[in-house]
Ligand binder design. Structure first.
Ligand SMILES: C[S@@+](CC[C@H](N)C(=O)[O-])C[C@H]1O[C@@H](n2cnc3c(N)ncnc32)[C@H](O)[C@@H]1O
Length: 228
């Protein structure tokens, strides 16, 4: 479990140090020469589109496979569960969840990711066990209390309105329903991101908020919470 005490001041100091480092490197031309390619990739991971977005979808399916497998196992799904995945990317976690839960829905704003997820989950969609929709966290196209579990991985930091997205997840979860989010270490400071999520979750009404570090990729954290 992570301990999140007195982190605001520490985070601020770390951000200041990082800012100073970047400014130093920029003087030597290091950052400016890397910036365009980095920005294009960063944007594509957050909002995959076109051919590059489709390729990134293929890469994510491979890179995040074990992470999703671990996270979905931790959810201990059963056939009585109705699961929603938010920002599913290439749809690998939907496939894993649909092997255990009674019904799995997914929402994702990227056309390319929706196409990949539909291909990956074709037979379960035909059988009516999976539904895939093009939509964003900020406007989830399902009625109140539709799901017993919501899963989200690596998409939160790309949402236009995190607060609205968390409120929407709370709305579509049943009373007693569970949320699992996965944050990864990226270029933003992980601990400040965890605190941002924790504050957002508690503000919209979530309880029993817990954190556990994971070591996949560059590392990150599983965040769990319940609607009570
Ligand atoms: C880094 S990818 C992660 C994909 C997948 N969850 C995974 O872990 O492999 C981020 C995903 O978030 C999606 N996304 C961006 N903005 C979103 C929003 N407002 N609501 C839901 N998903 C969003 C993107 O389209 C992209 O597929």
């Amino acid at each position: 479990m992570l301990v999140l005490k007195n982190k605001d001041a520490q985070t601020k100091a770390q951000l200041q140090q990082a800012g100073a480092r970047i400014a130093e490197q920029a003087k030597g031309g290091v950052v400016s020469s890397q910036k365009p390619a980095y920005l294009v990739l960063e944007r594509q991971f957050g909002h995959p589109s076109g051919l590059l977005g489709a390729l990134i979808g293929v890469a994510m399916a491979i890179e995040h496979a074990v992470l999703h497998w671990t996270a979905v196992n931790r959810l201990s799904l059963s056939t009585s569960d109705r699961v929603l995945e938010v920002g599913f990317g290439p749809g690998t976690a939907i496939k894993l969840a649909s092997m255990r839960a009674g019904f799995v829905a997914g929402i994702e704003p990227s056309r390319e990711m929706v196409a990949q997820a539909i291909r990956r989950n074709k037979s379960a969609i035909r059988a009516g066990r999976v539904e895939i929709l093009r939509a964003s966290a900020e406007a989830i196209p399902f009625p109140n209390d539709s799901f017993s579990v919501v899963y989200e991985a690596n998409s939160f930091s790309h949402w236009e309105s995190p607060e609205r997205g968390l409120a929407e997840i709370f709305r579509v979860l049943r009373f007693g329903g569970r949320l699992m989010m996965v944050l990864r270490k990226g270029h933003s400071e992980l601990e400040s991101e965890i605190m941002r999520v924790a504050r957002g979750l508690s503000r919209v009404g979530f309880r029993q908020i817990g954190f556990e570090e994971h070591g996949f990729g560059h590392g990150g954290v599983f965040i769990t919470a319940r609607k009570y």
